[in-house]
Design a protein around this ligand. Sequence first.
Ligand code: A2P
Length: 223
Amino acid sequence: TKQKEPELPLFFGWFLLPEEEERIKCATMDFLKTLDTLEAFKEHISEFTGEVAKEVDLEQYFQNPLQLHCTTKFCDYGKAEGAKEYAELQVVKESLATSYELSVTALIVTPRTFGARVALTETQLKLWPEGADKEGVAPALLPSVEALPAGSRAHVTLGCSAGVEEVQTGLDLLEILALQKEGKEGTQVEMDLGTLTYLSEGRWFLTLREPITADTTFTSFSD
Ligand code: A2P
């Protein structure tokens, strides 16, 4: 008899524990509430609303994802390249259902996405698939992305604007990191949480003064 292949999940990742999720959601929502009242933000509001002199309620603008997590490998039930190889890695199998503390070092806001940048440790990087940073990246951005350290794309999607898919958060983050590296920073604003930087076309980056840590479990997810 033929042995049935084990099924591959939609994706693997670190999932925030429920109480952590609440804490992070509260802290990041507070940031959004403050952001849309800042004069610096209002000057560029048309990049969010398409019209000048209109207000935007960022808390309404972004829809919350269901379960906060940091994706390591998007497998698409085996349709994604390298899915099977990833699932079979010893380090992946050994790490399933174990605890990890993630460190959030920055927040990003763009007209498309709201996300948290995750700084991976050496141990956590072992679960970061090779080449994951550049997957689906536009050719024009590839050279800049290849120059960034591995794991630069690691993030937690906190919200997407209407019609935008979650995968966009990682791409927005990479774009911001590339612009930063080129020294393309614009206006800077000091906030309680850290330094807010504007990077053109509605892109905002908040470097946290103190990283926000979150307890997670590494696991696979299938819809
Ligand atoms: P992210 O990790 O940026 O939040 P979906 O619900 O669209 O199928 O996606 C499930 C999860 O996998 C989401 O968390 C999403 O984005 C991530 N994801 C979706 N597509 C990709 C992709 N092509 N590459 C990397 N991650 C993806």
